[in-house]
Design a protein around this ligand. Structure first.
Ligand code: F58
Length: 826
């Protein structure tokens, strides 16, 4: 480079966005960074070279963004989440930079196809499901809306397991996503913090004669930052995802090393690094897993220390911390942050209790994502005490102040104090993390209107009675960039034509599609786009499973984590019933359907794994039976993840959102389907309620009990066996299953499932069965009228603007974060 060139000229020659500049950079990176010649380079090598090319182009944006936020001391939201599911980055970042076409051309000049390179990327599976994916959508929206934000998380070396299917059973395979390196991240060795585990506390008097506490002994671990730029769509801002990796501390190793204990030092090093080794693959917390507590603490402590570093580094005073930062707790996994910030302020910065508590309480906001009582996180007291002794003391002190306040307001209600306590003392003692989060936060929100309502009526009722002003609802949303632009380019082109290209950053403009829904001339094009996606999915299904499916059939899809409350087995009961109806009445002529399933089961969740087996077993019989095989197909797409999701949503005709009312906090898949023109069959659960209101009840297939009816029926003594006895179709379906029709005569295989349904049926499948079957019959009739179906499909898309994550982030900003956009200029 010319020595006299200005930084912008440098930027231009080194990181220009023209086809020439991209092509040059691609080849340079292939050689100088990846270390491969074109003659021997694989798609993976080229993918990496292109990823480096794109990352180079993000660095200036990111640097400029950081400098501006720093100079302006911009108020910043820190999103604290144990999980992120960002999906593959390459396509997304090209879209954000607006260089997909140029990059495509540059790649073609090298004799390759951009699509193949995008395909070569392994996605970071740093989350279990909806909660982690939601965090990724919010980071995208924050950057796009030019809002100062940092996403803090953990850099698990192994993400969510990859799912293989062996004879219909799920087999978990380790996800070594970092094996080929991760070109998007930058290791930041100078941004690292120590955390302490174990040990004990000591009281002492400081120089001013104040009594203080220090935490000593135990072991130290280091968290090192790995940064990934998160560019906004169509803007110059680029925010930051900062993930912590656990490492051994040098100080500790040196001690053992000098004492000659090399082996011991190595053992401790390996133990330290274990902390961020692997994501727990459960979609409910497992009580008492020490490593999980350590993970939460690593995330929280490093992130808070980093915020304090940034804040004090810009010369601001500590007591203004909450003015600079607001911290959003993504569920309770990072809730220990409340005690950790107190510890840092009291013990490390010498603040007094009252101002420290005031500051802490004004810093945190808490989002709850579940109503399932078994999913409310709690830690056994002994484990907590042994691992984080100082935090337990602080929690006891917080609890004492809190319960004093409760007793003053409600003097004669001991039961209330017991229910509210941060410590569960009804049996073996536990720390209740949701209570800690509530007490330590100025805002508490649920993720759909129904969910927030149920929260304030049930699990957090007492807190709501105490502080109604802290509660608010933020109905979830999804990123239209990833779940429309990227995954459905055909639809996206049509939308841009009718609504203008701005719809992707202003989803309310999708309404401009609405008049076209009443103009049949456009229907064939709409259907062609869908059919094209269905053909592509059919090819993928054939390649993955060997099953041929007909793209002209109705694609009826349920993809999400496998859980009894989500009721994949209700879907299966309907398939069995339909199968048996066709067998008994060959004249019955249902619309040909392809039932598509996908999703992972927690490795220790036997019933969920049995449901996967059931889907395969039913598929095996149905797909082979010449009597129905042209009318029904059942497939299970293995290893459902963000990448696979992007293939599936655009290809769906019918979206199955059939959880028992009152169980699904929100759901976000429901939004992704509708945004891609699928019609929903669903219960009044989670965000389904609001989706139905938006798209219009006439464009939504509703069935099932309401959550109030569920409660009433439970209270009056629900008897699933009664439903079975009285409904011949249901009886037939369950009997076929019990008698071994789908298990080569084996009556034991599905017995646990059948027994549970007949005698307990916690999720009330049998109560909702007939209503579901009737609703599916309505779907069948509706699908026969192609024009009317197309109109409904278009109206769904046109009315989905509200469920953009941009709208949600704006609401968070207005009601909770109080952030202003900061425009970054080149
Ligand atoms: C999900 N929770 C909700 N948890 O189930 C879903 O209704 C909602 O739409 C979504 O959050 C976003 O708000 C969820 O995905 C987890 O995966 C946790 C992982 C860690 C252990 C506890 C569950």
């Amino acid at each position: 480079m010319d020595e006299t060139a200005s930084p912008t000229e440098h930027e231009h020659t080194r990181t220009g966005l023209s086809v020439d500049a991209l092509h040059r950079a691609l080849l340079d990176n292939l050689f100088y960074v990846v270390g491969r010649f074109p003659a021997v380079a694989t798609q993976q090598d080229y993918y990496r070279a292109l990823a480096f090319t794109v990352r180079d182009r993000l660095l200036h944006r990111w640097l400029r963004t950081v400098q501006t936020y720093k100079a302006e001391r911009s108020r910043t939201v820190c999103y604290l989440s144990a999980e992120y599911l960002p999906g593959p980055q390459l396509g997304h970042n090209l879209l954000a930079l607006g260089i997909s076409d140029n990059a495509g051309e540059a790649v073609r000049r090298a004799g390759l196809e951009l699509e193949d390179l995008i395909e070569a990327e392994a996605e970071p599976g740093l989350g279990n499901g909806g909660l982690g994916r939601l965090a990724a959508c919010y980071l995208d929206s924050l950057a796009t809306l030019q809002l100062p934000a940092i996403g803090y998380g953990l850099r698990y070396e192994y993400g969510i397991f990859r799912q293989r299917i062996d004879e219909g059973w799920q087999v978990e395979v380790a996800d070594s996503w970092l094996r080929d390196g991760n070109p998007w991240e930058l290791r930041r060795p100078h941004i690292a913090f120590e955390i302490r585990l174990g040990g004990h506390t000591e009281r002492y008097l400081d120089a001013h004669g104040h009594s203080r506490v220090r935490w000593v002994g135990g072991e130290l671990i280091r968290g090192v930052a790995y940064d990934t730029p998160i560019p906004g769509y169509g803007v110059y801002n680029s925010n930051l995802l900062r993930l912590w990796a656990a490492e051994a501390t040098e100080s500790f190793d040196f001690g053992s090393f000098n004492a000659g204990d090399y082996q011991g030092a190595m053992r401790r090093k390996i133990r330290s690094e274990t902390v961020s080794r692997v994501l727990y693959p459960n979609d409910e917390p497992e009580t008492g897993k020490r490593l999980r507590l350590l993970q939460g603490y690593l995330l929280v402590s490093c992130s808070l220390q980093d915020m304090l570093r940034i804040h004090l580094g810009s010369g601001d005073s500590l007591d203004r911390f909450h003015q600079r930062f607001v911290v959003q707790l993504n569920d309770t996994h990072p809730a220990i942050a409340v005690a950790e910030l107190m510890r840092l302020l009291l013990d490390e910065h010498g603040m007094r209790w009252d101002p420290a508590w005031e500051l802490t309480r004004r810093t945190f906001a808490y989002t709850n994502h579940t109503l399932l009582p078994e999913a409310l996180e709690k830690w056994p007291l002994p484990l907590f005490e042994e691992t984080l002794p100082r935090h337990l003391e602080i929690i006891f002190d917080i609890n004492q102040c809190f319960l004093d306040e409760v007793r003053i307001r409600f003097p004669h209600d001991d039961a209330l104090a017991t229910r509210l306590s941060l410590i569960d003392e009804t049996g073996p003692r536990y720390v209740r993390m949701a209570h800690l989060a509530c007490v330590g936060s100025f805002s508490i929100n649920g993720v759909a209107r129904l969910h927030t309502g149920l929260l304030t009526d049930t699990v957090l009722r007492d807190f709501h009675a105490l502080w109604p002003e802290r509660f608010n609802n933020k109905t979830n949303g999804v990123s239209p960039r990833r779940f429309s632009n990227l995954s459905n380019p055909g639809l996206c082109a049509l939308l841009s034509r009718v609504a203008g290209p701005g719809w992707a950053a202003d989803a309310e403009r999708l309404r401009l599609l609405e008049p076209y829904a009443h103009q049949p001339e456009i229907y064939p094009e709409w259907r062609r786009i869908k059919l094209e996606r269905k053909r592509a999915l059919a090819r993928y299904i054939a390649a993955q499973t060997g099953v041929a499916v007909d793209p002209e059939s109705m694609f009826d899809v349920q993809v999400k984590r496998i859980h009894e409350y989500k009721r994949q087995h209700l879907n299966v009961l309907h398939i069995i019933a339909l199968y048996s109806r066709i067998k008994m009445d060959p004249a019955l002529d249902p619309v040909p359907r392809t039932f598509v399933f996908g999703g992972k089961a927690a490795p220790g969740y036997a019933m969920a794994k049995l449901i996967i087996k059931l889907i395969h077993s039913v598929g095996e019989v149905v797909n082979r039976d010449p009597a129905v095989r042209d009318r029904l197909r059942v497939v299970f797409v293995p290893d459902f993840n963000v990448k696979v999701a992007q293939r599936i949503y655009p290809a769906a005709d019918l979206s199955e959102q059939i959880s028992l009312a009152g169980k699904e906090a929100s759901g976000t898949g429901n939004m992704k389907f509708a945004l891609n023109g699928a019609l929903t069959i669903g219960t009044l659960d989670g965000a389904n309620v609001e989706i139905r209101e938006e798209v219009g009840p006439e464009n939504f297939f509703l069935f099932g009990l309401t959550s109030a009816e569920v409660d009433a029926l439970k209270r009056s003594g629900y008897c699933p066996y009664g439903c079975y006895r009285e409904n011949p179709l249901l009886r037939e379906a369950i009997d076929l299953l019990a008698e071994g029709l789908f298990s080569h005569g084996d009556r034991d295989l599905f017995r646990p499932l059948v027994d549970h349904l007949l005698h307990r049926d916690d999720y009330m499948l049998l109560a909702d069965f007939q209503s579901y079957v009737d609703c599916q019959d309505r779907v069948d009739r509706a699908f026969r009228d192609a024009d009317s179906w197309t109109r409904m499909s278009m109206l769904n898309v046109a009315r989905m603007g509200r469920f953009s994550s941009d709208r949600v982030v704006q609401e968070y900003c207005r009601d909770i974060w109080r952030l202003e956009p900061v425009t970054i200029r080149p």
